[in-house]
Design a protein around this ligand. Structure first.
Ligand code: PLP
Length: 447
């Protein structure tokens, strides 16, 4: 707070004690490789002339704003929904577009509750989520987020109609002699027991990130976990809500991360970040035909909406982003480059003394740091190890994101390595080499 810039700025920045670096576009300042794209947002990088053209062309030739809360729609909105849902992936057939991931989570929860009302089971209002999860910062989204520090001030304000189960965090939670399958089954039993404790006729939905993003660091579930969860959801007719706001839209090497889980798909799915590529704020909710059918047969409408939902300009930018991804086969490229990134991280950074785990899929990876590799002892938050790695990397021209605050029982000190889908082989090598040097420099006082 003593910093002159911070005192002068009329923006209330997140961390008052840190002076934020002012970022500008163009090519004249210090060059920084962006290997995390904020929280994994800018999938096409920061400069994409075709998307810029699509935005200006939309403004010149179409309409800037349409209120889709009244009976209006727009070509760009309809086209975006067609691009996403023409093939009805997993039976998902309708979309709602909102502005942020948190709004998407809120809309998903409300849809689930409305669905049960329409089905004549209004008592189904309980959600089951997981510890150390993050589904957004609005009050609704925080209700189902197990993120400890983000909940802290608001605890008394958040619904108690939510249970938090163990996450599928194999690195620390899988028993020494337990197979992946046994671990998945143990967690699935925990889920079923919780459903029975609450009462199956009270549970509206189970919500989880398909690949956990910022709280547990690009963490895929062990094989069989989501299949077992899906089966229990089916057994008790519980809605499966998959949050793919950070891990979806191609980032893991398939359009939807759940396609790699051997399940038919979720009942409700949230998407964001790479949907609009960071050129515009845009997120969305995809819903299964059965949800639409229940609402159609019931009240005949959606009991939810925002002034700026389905904003035409945002949808036009997202259409252009998604067309480029498709035209340039970028999701296949993500899968291919992802193998290379995983191999480079494992070979170059995995053997370093304070690196506990390296995990991820596609171009969505994290490196977890520990004080002791054998015992997996975590750093103290005071050490701010990953924060120092981030700082050291930035001073060498690499932007990566470190974990955000205390998320719960396990201190998961990690950095995210989630470069854009257009990253070249040489850039990947450069990213890993700068990161390695930053980790070595930060490790010095601890080894
Ligand atoms: N869900 C997940 C998995 C996220 O990673 C995030 C943001 O990082 C959100 C929800 C919330 O999205 P937003 O910050 O756009 O509200």
């Amino acid at each position: 707070m003593t910093d002159e810039f911070v005192d002068r700025s009329h923006i209330l920045h997140r961390a008052f004690s840190e002076r934020p670096a002012k970022i500008v576009g163009g090519r004249n300042g210090k060059k920084v490789i962006d290997a995390s794209c904020g929280p994994s947002v800018s999938c096409l990088g920061h400069s994409q002339p075709e998307v810029f053209d699509a935005i200006t062309s939309h403004l010149k030739n179409d309409i800037a704003y349409v209120y889709s809360g009244s009976p209006y729609t727009n070509g760009a909105t309809e086209e975006l929904a067609d691009i996403l849902l023409a093939d009805k992936p997993g039976g998902l057939s309708k979309a709602i577009f909102v502005n942020s991931g948190s709004e998407a989570t809120d809309a998903a929860l409300k849809l689930a509750v409305q669905y049960w009302h329409e089905r004549g089971q209004p008592q189904r209002t309980h959600f089951i989520s997981r510890k150390q999860s993050y589904h957004g910062n609005t009050i609704g989204a925080l209700c189902v987020s197990g993120h400890a520090s983000r909940r802290e001030f608001y605890k008394d304000f958040l619904s108690s109609n939510v249970s938090f189960l163990d996450p599928c965090y194999a690195y620390r939670m899988k028993g020494e002699h337990e197979s992946d399958q046994e671990f998945a089954q143990r967690l699935a039993h925990q889920f079923e027991n919780e459903v029975l404790r609450v009462g199956p006729d009270r549970v509206a939905g189970f919500i989880a990130e398909t690949v956990s993003g910022t709280t547990l660091g690009c963490l895929p579930a062990v094989p069989g976990y989501f299949k077992a969860i899906r089966d229990i959801c089916d057994k008790y007719e519980i809605l499966l809500i998959l949050d793919e706001i950070i891990c979806g839209m191609g980032k893991t090497g398939t359009m939807h991360a759940w396609e790699q889980e051997g399940i038919r798909g979720p009942d409700i799915q949230t998407i964001g970040k790479a949907l609009g590529g960071g050129f515009v704020p845009l997120s969305g909710v995809l819903l299964h035909q059965k949800i639409f059918d229940a609402l159609s047969a019931g009240s005949g409408g959606l009991a939810h909406g925002h002034t700026f939902q389905a904003h035409p300009l945002a949808c036009a930018a997202a259409v252009a982003t998604q067309k480029i991804i498709k035209r340039d086969n970028l999701i296949e490229r993500v899968a291919q480059m992802g193998h290379k990134l995983g191999k480079l991280l494992s070979e170059e950074i995995g053997p370093l003394p304070l690196v506990g785990d390296i995990r991820g899929r596609g171009l969505f990876w994290a490196v977890e740091f520990v004080l002791d590799k054998n015992s997996k002892t975590a750093f103290s938050p005071k050490d701010n190890f990953c924060g120092k790695v981030v700082k050291n990397a930035l001073s060498s021209g690499l932007n990566i994101l470190g974990n955000l605050g205390h998320t719960g029982e396990y201190q998961v000190d990690h950095v995210l390595v989630c470069p854009p889908y257009i990253t070249t082989d040489a850039e990947l090598e450069n990213i890993v080499s700068i990161l390695k040097a930053a980790v070595l420099e930060t490790s010095h006082p601890f080894v």
